[in-house]
Design a protein around this ligand. Structure first.
Ligand code: ZN
Length: 91
């Protein structure tokens, strides 16, 4: 996915998810500046089905997640991870 498509996908998903993280439902900050992108609540594009598991680059395979969630997910299935994060917000 090229830079322009990624940018468009982030706007679209941010609007669709009403600015909340797909996993933990906390408000995210949408920024396209690299220096802001290090914040824990920075909105990041996330593959739902990992590429290693056959996930593609179609928009339906993406969600917007805060950097914390994105960093911590690892190889966990997105459905399991979403359940975990939304049940334990302080994790
Ligand atoms: Zn999150």
């Amino acid at each position: 996915m090229d830079k322009r498509r990624r940018r468009r996908a982030r706007w679209l998903l941010f609007w669709k998810q009403e600015g909340l993280c797909f996993y933990c439902q906390q408000p995210m900050s949408l920024s396209f500046s690299h220096k802001d992108n290090i914040w824990g609540n920075a909105a990041t594009l996330e593959h739902l089905l990992r590429r290693a598991d056959g996930g593609g680059n179609k928009i339906r395979n993406f969600a917007l997640a805060c950097r914390d969630c994105n960093n911590r997910r690892g190889a966990v299935d997105w459905r399991a991870y979403k359940a975990l994060r939304s049940n334990h917000r302080m994790m």
